[in-house]
Design a binder for this molecule. Structure first.
Ligand code: ADP
Ligand code: MG
Length: 436
């Protein structure tokens, strides 16, 4: 059995032993098999109505015929009319910002050479060497860069391979939306039938039960077919306390590579590289000064260089230690230290699969109440807002704000899980405020 036509013919033959001739002609005579790829059969019908009937009534039968034929799980995707199969571009957004994120532009030093070598090895032989590749490390150290460099390399060297890129929190959001809209089949085939799945910031799915289960199945599906998965996270699996044990085992079964903050020499090389790419020639002593001042985060290092370029272009400034100091202050000041209250509310809500409005409104069910108290606690911790202002953000007064914060503080003393929840939300807040 080779072509998709043959496969479909065989399916129809077996189906006609199970259904009446009228059913076969009514629903299947104008179905066209379109593609069979990565254990997924794609069928096109002329109308939404037929798609719905076939999906509702016959899908399990078709799947079970296929699974017998192929001795394994086969998915079926039904398309209506000229509905597109999101083959290359789930939302038009695969491999975002990938232009600059290549291996060529990645400076290798002691702190990242292991992760870099692992990434190269996976890019050269996807699905063969290390699966999954799990890259972890603090924010701003090049995880997304390496992840996308793998995507870039594979896109260039194996153009036939299908690639999907998704961020951990988008996986959750899209799944929730798909469940609501009854399009989970489409959601699944979008992320399962790929040769390379790139998952950025997986820590966002920890603690979310239904997302973790779905991701577990997605993972297994891809893995069983010998396709490649690359994951990044801000911490290793064993430190993700709310991670489903089955996922943890899967992650730890691959190769784990951490990225540490770069040493001075590497920071200088990165600064020099970024500057020259922006057409900015900096004297060695300025490079060294920048690299010895900005230590923990490559994104900030890059931010300083970008600002210096702007000063030079816009203000025609000579670059001196003073202008460097100004650039550093700028970067640190607009850095992630003080997130705004909206972000705190949004991330807390997201963590509990709620909407920000659920926290602001009068919904008294247990979940929003807890999430609301946590968001007030986090505002107290992470911002300079007064109790009055904190209360106002959520449509409450300062007394409520105070008692909410106290309640969370009390609970944290007795409930270790809550401490983890708070830590995870905090990390989500800082990660998203940095990527704006
Ligand atoms: P993370 O995903 O770990 O938070 P990113 O991959 O987004 O970090 O990196 C932050 C910025 O720093 C990006 O612009 C990236 O290109 C740059 N960067 C990080 N590490 C390196 C490196 N080793 N060489 C060149 N650029 C780097
Ligand atoms: Mg990142």
């Amino acid at each position: 059995m080779n072509s998709v036509q043959d496969i479909w013919k065989t399916v129809l033959k077996i189906l006609s032993e199970q259904l009446t001739p009228t059913a076969i002609t009514t629903w299947f005579s104008d179905c066209q098999p379109e593609d069979f790829d990565n254990m997924c059969l794609i069928i096109r019908t002329p109308s939404d109505f037929k798609k719905k009937i076939i999906s509702d009534r016959f899908l399990p039968q078709i799947k079970s015929i296929l699974s017998d034929l192929f001795a394994g799980d086969v998915d079926v995707l039904i398309l209506a009319g000229d509905e597109e199969y999101l083959k290359d571009s789930p939302d038009g957004d695969i491999l975002p910002e990938m232009a600059g994120y290549t291996f060529d532009n990645f400076i290798v030093g002691n702190s990242n050479k292991f992760a870099h070598a692992a990434a190269i090895s996976v890019a050269e032989n996807p699905g063969k060497n290390y699966n999954p590749l799990f890259i972890y490390g603090n924010s701003g150290l090049g995880k997304t860069h390496l992840l996308l460099a793998i995507g870039h390399y594979i896109q260039e060297h194996y153009p036939e391979k299908k690639i999907a890129y998704i961020k951990g929190d988008d996986f959750t959001n899209k799944l929730v939306k798909a469940i609501k809209e009854g399009t989970t089949e489409e959601f699944r085939s979008e992320y399962r039938h790929v040769d390379l799945l790139l998952v950025d910031d997986i820590q966002f799915i920890a603690g979310k039960q239904s997302t973790q289960i779905e991701f577990f199945h997605t993972f297994n599906y891809i893995y069983e077919l010998g396709n490649q998965i690359v994951i990044t996270s801000d911490r290793p699996p064993m430190e993700m306390s709310l991670l489903d044990d089955r996922l943890r085992t899967r992650f730890e079964g691959g190769l784990m590579a951490d990225i540490a903050p770069p040493d001075l020499e590497t920071r200088m090389a990165i600064a020099r590289n970024k500057a020259s790419r922006l057409g900015l020639l900096l004297p060695d002593e300025i490079i060294e000064y920048i690299a010895s001042t900005v230590k923990a985060n490559v994104r900030q290092l890059e931010g300083v260089i970008k600002r210096l370029t702007a000063y030079k272009e816009i203000l025609n400034d000579e670059i001196t230690k003073e202008s460097v100091n100004r650039a550093i202050e700028d970067v640190i000041r607009t850095g992630p230290e003080i997130p705004n209250p909206d972000l705190i509310i949004r991330e807390t809500a997201k963590y509990y699969s709620l909407k920000p409005e659920d926290l602001k409104g009068n919904n008294r069910s247990k979940n929003p109440a807890m999430a609301r108290q946590i968001s007030m606690y986090l505002m107290r911790q992470l911002t300079n807002l007064s109790l009055n202002e904190i209360g106002k953000e959520l449509g409450r007064n300062h007394t409520t704000a105070l008692s909410s914060i106290r309640k969370i503080e009390d609970l944290m003393r007795t409930d270790p899980d809550l401490t983890i929840v708070i830590r995870d939300i905090t990390s989500n807040i800082t990660t998203s405020s940095e990527s704006i």
